[in-house]
Structures are given as C-alpha cells and as structure tokens.
Design a protein around this ligand. Structure first.
Ligand code: 5GP
Length: 132
C-alpha cells in the first residue's frame, strides 16, 4: 500500500490528471446549472452549451472515473450500452429517433472535457456536419 501525504491527490502523485470535479461532475451535483433533459442513477443528459446541431445533447456517466469512451468500454461495457440506449431514447423524444453519436477522444480529436461523454446530434443535420 502506497502512503500519500495528506491533502495531496493520489492521482497527482502518480502523474495522472487531477481528480478535481470535472465540469460535468459539478453539473451532476448541481454546483453549476445546466439544462438537464434526462437522468437516472448512472447517467445524466443535458443540452450542450454551444450546440452544433438543432438538437445537441450530451450523455454523461455520473462517475468521472473514465476519461474517454475506450476506458469506459474496457471497464464497464454495460454502462456504455446504457449510454447508447439513453441516446436512442433522447433522439426519439427530441427528434425522429435518428441521431449521430460522437465521442471525441483526446485533445487532438477535439476533446476538451476529460470526463467521458457522448454528443447526441439530431433534429436535422447538415450533410457532413460533425461536432468539433
Ligand atoms: P468535448 O469537446 O470534450 O468533446 O465536449 C465538451 C462539450 O461540453 C462541448 O461541446 C461544450 O460545448 C460542452 N460544455 C462545456 N462546458 C459546458 C457547460 O458548462 N455546460 C454545458 N451544458 N455544456 C458545456
């Protein structure tokens, strides 16, 4: 067992990213406001603050332990399946049930929040438009 100095984030001492609450964790805890459109015990869905489509929602696991979709798929494929099912339900509720699902994975792929989340884009997409 590795001992950690009090007050030092163990993730930091291992050279990993800080475990300070992400923007989405702050939304989950209602520390910051958001337009939340669906929620269950493991997932939350909200409107993106800078929409790239007529309907642009984010589906986010409540845990921030996974930085990206590959980590989520490797460790909790059931939660990933639940996330996809929620995306389908949202697309049916907010549009015609068809949707584009985007996971930006890594900074050079456009990821800015390192707490895994899916972009659900629907409601009339321009040909070739992708969330960036
Ligand atoms: P990424 O670039 O990491 O794939 O996606 C992060 C998304 O979160 C962006 O589309 C961005 O507009 C959205 N976003 C960032 N901060 C907030 C916020 O405070 N509230 C909401 N609703 N969306 C946010």
């Amino acid at each position: 067992m590795i001992a950690h100095a009090p007050g030092i984030d163990p993730a930091y001492t291992k050279g990993m990213s800080s475990s300070a609450p992400s923007i989405f964790s702050k939304i989950v805890s209602r520390e910051i406001p958001a337009d939340i459109v669906m929620e269950n015990d493991r997932l939350i869905a909200l409107r993106d603050i800078a929409p790239k489509a007529p309907v642009h929602l984010l589906v986010v696991p409540k845990t921030q332990q996974y930085a990206n979709v590959a980590e989520l798929a490797a460790d909790d494929p059931q939660l990933l399946a639940e996330l996809v099912a929620m995306a389908q339900e949202l697309a049916s509720e907010h549009a015609n049930g068809e949707f584009r699902l985007v996971f930006n994975s890594g900074e050079t792929a456009g990821q800015t929040v390192f707490h895994v989340h899916a972009h659900v884009l629907t409601g009339g997409l321009d040909e070739g438009s992708l969330a960036g």
